[in-house]
Design a protein around this ligand. Sequence first.
Ligand code: HMG
Ligand code: MG
Length: 306
Amino acid sequence: MKMPPKVKLVEVGPRDGLQNEKLTVPAEIKVALVHRLQEAGLREIEVTSYVSPKWVPQMADNAQVMSGIERRPGVRYSVLTPNLKGFEAAIALDKAFWPDEIVVFGAASEAFSQRNINCSIAESIERFRPVVEAARSAGIFVRGAMSCAVGCPYEGEVAPERVAMLAGLMKNIGVQHVGVADTIGVGTPFKVQRALEATLQHYAIDDVSGHFHDTYGQALSNTLAFMELGVWQFDTSISGLGGCPYAKGATGNVATEDVVYMLHGMGIETGIDMDKLLDAGMFINEFLQRKSGSRAARALLSKRES
Ligand code: HMG
Ligand code: MG
């Protein structure tokens, strides 16, 4: 089996991981988490979202968090911007605090698009179009998230043709990279591979990433299934934190620690220091008063204590 020699992980814990937490996490804790993650060697961090604070109150401190981070050279910071209002807020700050990358997020399912961003898929593309144009002319990279690429909490199974259609629409408006997202974690290896192949009708393998929630315990297998087809970029979340407020019951993303454990065990480079990653996980879990959602972290921490 041919595997990519190097894998890039995009840490989405501060955004996807925390967006659904009931407990308000103060901006300084979010900033301290980002600092620990970059210290552990993560080179891309999805920090926050510029969305309606009525819809997602946890992300209301977006500007405070973005302006609180001590940036490290070589680290890319991304934010979610669903519309022009969000993008304008993201660049209203001093340029030193602008994101390197923005994410427009659409869905392969109509019902999810309505619940998550309050518009149809076609309308969402029209909202994204000016955002993509503005971001690219400001020199900001544009990533697209494609939610419900295998299943939808409202519509059930989602056909690969729907994913191909969404990928085509994203490509057409100039989105530079797309993430195939299993929002509710229902995918299994062959199903996610079909969603990937549909995406590859419009995007090159180097411009595609995997974003797997782990509700059914399939996220690591799905990661490997993507790697088998050549994908080398994945979104992961520290300690498996996360979920989407509009995908009830869905758990967090695959845990960064679990993916790093798997990759290092396979001799694949990530640039991440597991020990420091464990520290980052401990920091946020202590704040949330929770045990780690990462099996690898729990095992490694119990060894550390003994
Ligand atoms: P809308 O109601 O259609 O927007 O919401 P609107 O333009 O009609 O405005 C309504 C109100 O929202 C107005 O305020 C606007 O000012 C405000 P009001 O007059 O009522 O006080 N507003 C905004 N405020 C701040 N920032 C903005 C913004 N836009 C409008 N950017 C909107 C559309 C997208 C804003 C709304 O539906 C929303 O915020 N949804 C939340 C979506 C979200 O954050 N979901 C979770 C992230 S996506 C995810 O987790 C999936 C992913 O991980 C991949 C996967 O796993 O599938 C990426
Ligand atoms: Mg997600």
